[in-house]
Design a binder for this molecule. Structure first.
Ligand code: PHE
Length: 340
């Protein structure tokens, strides 16, 4: 073998071990125009014709080997180049991980439950699929009441004795049937009504209903508890008013309004220019209901109330379309990620 080739080969082998730290030296020694290897390339044309091919191949292979060695080390060094502290912009905002968050309905549901739990209400749950007794009959709904109609209630196809609860008052019935008074419970849950879906109503929504039964319970007590709730939920300055209303299971019945949080009582499209928005239904439990559920109405009395969570969340977060809650659009949902 040509002694020059042999020499370069040996040098390359030696250099290979430490090339990482001496990349530029390596380049000068083997790849620059003045390097011996490059000069050898220039000599190919002077070699005798019958040896030229073989010589050319050897020298070219050597050149290729050196180039590959150089490229590989260069890449490795560049990708591993340490970043100097001065090159890091420590003032750049950190990238936040996108973590899951509670749905606005859950946030408000939890808030409502916490407020009532603070004053001694225990939370109860029960089935979404109910029977007529727990949703209507025990609660004094007359047989011909429109809520019992197919148009208003979802019945289970395979067995129309069962239906999707239209309110969580069914849980109040279940509690009265199984727990001796005094009773102080809230019933959070999902409810279903056969309604056209619009910006203001949906066929699925959530309620928290409340029930208090003891001896000599007064309407004034109920009002005080609901005032406490309104202030805790919407702020100390919140004003409430009770308007007479009708529910089959309460007598007297009322609806409670709070002063509109959007316009501060001046009038806007949310409160329909009245300055007030309805937030719940309430009343003293009809003695028939107590008797239906095995509680002596001569001995005990009580009050009940029920509120819609979506509506409450609309007021709290100024949301104007109930359908947004059920579309699961992350652009909507992520706005509440840091609310709770
Ligand atoms: N159950 C009623 C509803 O769903 C609300 C309510 C509960 C009203 C308790 C009065 C007393 O609309």
């Amino acid at each position: 073998m040509n002694p020059k080739v042999e020499k370069i080969k040996q040098q390359l082998d030696q250099f290979r071990v430490e090339i990482g730290e001496h990349l530029e030296e390596f380049r000068l020694q083997f790849l620059s125009k003045k390097s011996e290897l490059q000069q050898l390339l220039g000599e190919i044309k002077n070699v005798e014709p019958d040896l030229r091919k073989e010589f050319g191949q050897i020298v070219n292979n050597l050149k290729q080997y050196a180039q590959e060695l150089f490229d590989a080390h260069k890449d490795r060094i560049e990708s591993a180049t340490p970043v100097h502290a001065s090159e890091i912009d420590v003032t750049r905002p950190a990238t936040l991980y996108t973590v899951g968050a509670l749905h606005p309905v859950s946030i408000v549901m939890n808030q409502v439950c916490e407020i009532f739990e603070k004053i001694g209400f225990a939370s109860v749950s029960g089935p979404d699929i109910e029977d007529d007794w727990h949703v209507f009959s025990a609660l004094n709904f007359p047989q011909e009441h429109p809520a019992r109609d197919m148009q208003d209630t979802f019945f289970v196809n395979v067995n129309p004795e069962f239906l999707l609860r239209t309110h969580t008052s069914s849980l109040q019935v279940r509690t009265m049937e199984t727990c001796p008074p005094p009773i102080r419970v809230i019933c959070p849950g999902r409810v279903y009504r056969n309604e056209t879906i619009t910006a203001r109503s949906h066929c699925i929504f959530h309620q928290v209903e409340g029930l208090y039964i003891a001896k000599e319970v007064s309407f004034a007590e109920m009002k005080q508890v609901l005032l406490f709730f309104a202030k805790e939920m919407f702020g100390e300055e919140t004003k409430i008013r009770l308007r007479p209303s009708y529910f089959p299971f309460t007598e007297p019945s009322a609806e409670m309004d709070i002063e509109c949080k959007i316009c501060g009582g001046k009038g806007c499209n949310v409160c329909k220019y009245s300055g007030w928005v309805e937030i719940l239904g309430c009343g003293m439990i009809d003695p028939n209901v107590l008797d239906n559920c095995g509680i002596n109405s001569k001995e005990y009395s009580g009050y009940a109330f029920g509120l819609g969570i979506e509506r409450m969340a609309m007021l709290k977060f100024k949301i104007n379309d109930i359908r947004l809650y059920f579309e699961n659009d992350v652009r909507f949902l992520s706005q509440f990620a840091y609310t709770q």
